[in-house]
Design a protein around this ligand. Sequence first.
Ligand SMILES: [Zn+2]
Length: 253
Amino acid sequence: MGSAMVETAGIQRRGTIRAATTKAEAAAKKPRKPSSLTEQVYARLRAEILRCSLKPGQEISEAELAERFEVSKTPVREALATLRQEGLVHTFPRRGYQVTPITFGDMNELFDLRTVLEAGAVEFACEQITAQEIERLRELAEVVYRQGESPSIDNFIAANRQFHLAIAAASRNKRLYDVLARQISELERFFYLGAQLRDVSSETNAEHVEIVEALAARDRTRARGLMIRHNDVTRQGLFQALATSKGFVSITI
Ligand SMILES: [Zn+2]
């Protein structure tokens, strides 16, 4: 691991402090004091919401979560307050909580912003990326999953996130990285839905490989064009999958 990889890992630690949802990310973090009950409940709830095991629009209660996690209501209430600030849950007076429904409007805004940011990031990365970082991208581009298998989908989503974040890190612009990391985190629920509803392995891998080759050739124009197309293809695939899905009735247009 050269200095560039260390730098990448450093940026990832700073950028995703609250988003240690994968074993790889958790392992990459430095040892630290054991997390509080609130932090544990927060991390579990957030992961369930992002993975859609708690479905968009689903109602949840403090009592039910406290029982399921075998804790008192206080850490649950505190965790829910943080998730509410992040926009992942809504509250209703006297009725409790609801996992924030997802909307096509949100999805379009997130994808538009992500496209603008990533098109720029991949151009900067063409100038700055190292041979080691390119090798790492090649490995990440190979990860596939089997539809319906949860650990396999988790790995695939994590590899996709790492692929895009590694390009953002190679832009060597920390602010750009931070904003992109947040967009990708907010889009994670959509990625899970998309990967569950249809098999996106082959199209994702083929496009990721093309992007890596454009980066290796330091071809800014091509890399930019490919990244924009990749985002468009992902968005269109998700739209189609969601529009024809009967399983997620809370999605509103
Ligand atoms: Zn991708």
